[in-house]
Design a protein around this ligand. Structure first.
Ligand SMILES: Nc1ncnc2c1ncn2[C@@H]1O[C@H](COP(=O)(O)OP(=O)(O)O)[C@@H](O)[C@H]1O
Ligand SMILES: [Mg+2]
Length: 194
């Protein structure tokens, strides 16, 4: 399968993008659906494509991230991730304890993977139909230093879910709560003052 995909999409590039459904667009590129439950991400620059590809390659096979199957120039082939973003999930359902525990599990995985950045945005986490979490857009995980989940908590705050998250963090991982709580509260309060 891996070799077939490599031949089809990297060596031969047998794909007519006009027939592929567009899944979304971000600052760095556009993503289209491919037939084999894979996607093609076409980046606006080769550099951002390379950076993102090597992050995914380095952590390839980790259960929280899509697998990659090859890149060439400014595009890469990776697994399709079904589901809705954590942001939309919380808007629809609120933040339940089980999901909060999973988010904490994801942040702990970042530590295991030796990321320098313990942070992720709610829009870059997908909740799949079987309620597992996947990261779709890993950015600067090994290059940007951040020792607490700043943007995640800002997003949760805006969704009215930060209190629940911090309560679950306190109960589930008191050591992380102790490390992060003051930083989170300080960041959120300065954002509110602005
Ligand atoms: N593996 C994937 N499976 C399903 N949808 C995806 C996948 N990767 C990206 N998308 C969709 O495409 C959008 C843009 O992709 P993303 O990787 O976030 O680009 P950018 O780096 O430009 O922010 C995402 O917000 C999401 O909606
Ligand atoms: Mg994105």
């Amino acid at each position: 399968m891996k070799d077939d995909l490599y031949k089809k999409y990297i060596i031969d590039f047998q794909v007519n993008l006009l027939t592929c459904k567009s899944l979304g667009k971000g600052h760095n590129g556009i993503v289209y659906m491919l037939p084999e439950k894979k996607v093609i991400k076409i980046c606006f620059s080769e550099k951002s494509c390379r950076n993102e590809y090597y992050i995914l390659k380095r952590i390839n096979n980790n259960k929280y991230f899509p697998r990659v199957y090859g890149m060439s120039g400014n595009y890469m082939i990776r697994d399709f991730v079904d589901g809705i973003t954590l942001k939309d999930y919380i808007k629809k359902n609120g933040l339940d304890k089980g999901t909060a525990v999973k988010v904490i599990g994801l942040l702990k995985e970042f530590k295991k993977l030796k990321f320098k950045k313990y942070d992720i945005r709610c829009k870059d986490i997908m909740v799949t139909p079987d309620n597992t979490l996947m990261v779709i857009d890993p950015k600067k995980c090994f290059s940007k230093s951040r020792n607490y989940p700043q943007h995640l908590c800002k997003g949760l705050y805006n969704l009215g879910a930060l209190d629940i998250f911090l309560n679950v963090l306190h109960e589930n991982s008191p050591e992380l709560y102790k490390k992060w709580n003051d930083k989170i509260c300080k960041y959120i309060s300065t954002r509110i003052c602005i």
